[in-house]
Write a protein of this length. Structure first.
Length: 229
């Protein structure tokens, strides 16, 4: 069975490119150049109408860190309510404490609020201190997945840590590798037991400030993933 490809998308056009290239899941965001923020209600509704794939919505009210005020946390709760009420397929979020640790209490509140939607803890994890305790804390929140580059700038550099996370978690959470993933390195990352999904922007690194996924790169990555058992 092919490995599942998740592509982050900042617009309906991005989603159409990802779908045409063979992606199996969409991470819907705004402002991808800042790591992804909560998309507008209108974009969420458009995505639900036009995309037959599972769409996981980013819930992050602002850039510049992952420790949020009470008002920002309330906005996150409202955005989750909107996504749940409009039958989205999942949530992507995560909160750190002021001292840079996993905020287990607040993240668990968001996970509970999102039910029955599954929640992915995003790459705020790679900025958290206290690994491997931080992995256990994410698992405690009830998140279904953890998007990570293995605490390094890219998933290839962090591959030893990613594999260690798979071993430590023992199936309690899905480890989702992401971070400079491409058709050139996907096979290396995924040629290990326990990795069945991957996250890739599929943007051409040779094109400066590229906004949209590259259709050819989505197709080429999808073709590579089909060869991995």
């Amino acid at each position: 069975m092919p490995v599942l490809l998740e592509v982050p998308c900042g617009s309906i056009e991005d989603m159409q490119i990802a779908m045409a290239g063979g992606a199996q899941r969409i991470e819907l965001c705004s402002v991808l150049e800042q790591g992804g923020l909560t998309p507008s209600p209108d974009v969420i509704l458009q995505a639900r109408r036009c995309c037959p794939l599972p769409v996981f919505v980013m819930i992050r009210p602002r850039s510049g860190g992952f420790c949020f005020t009470d008002s920002e946390f309330s906005d996150m709760e409202s955005a989750i309510d909107f996504c749940r009420d409009h039958k989205m397929d999942g949530i992507v979020t995560g909160i750190l404490t002021a001292d840079g640790r996993i905020d287990t209490f607040r993240t668990r509140q968001l996970v509970e609020r999102a039910r029955p939607l599954p929640v992915t803890f995003h790459r705020a994890f790679d900025q958290a201190i206290g690994y491997p305790e931080s992995l256990e804390k994410v698992i405690e929140t009830g998140c279904r997945r953890l998007l990570t580059s293995g605490l390094r700038p890219s998933a290839t550099e962090g591959l030893p840590q990613i594999l260690e996370m798979v071993s430590i978690s023992k199936g309690r959470i899905i480890i989702l590798p992401g971070g400079n993933v491409s058709f050139q390195n996907a096979k290396l990352i995924l040629s290990q037991n326990g990795l069945n999904e991957i996250h890739a922007s599929c943007k051409n690194p040779l094109i400066r400030d590229q906004v949209h996924p590259d259709p050819d790169l989505v197709r080429r990555l999808t073709a590579i993933l089909r060869t991995i058992n």
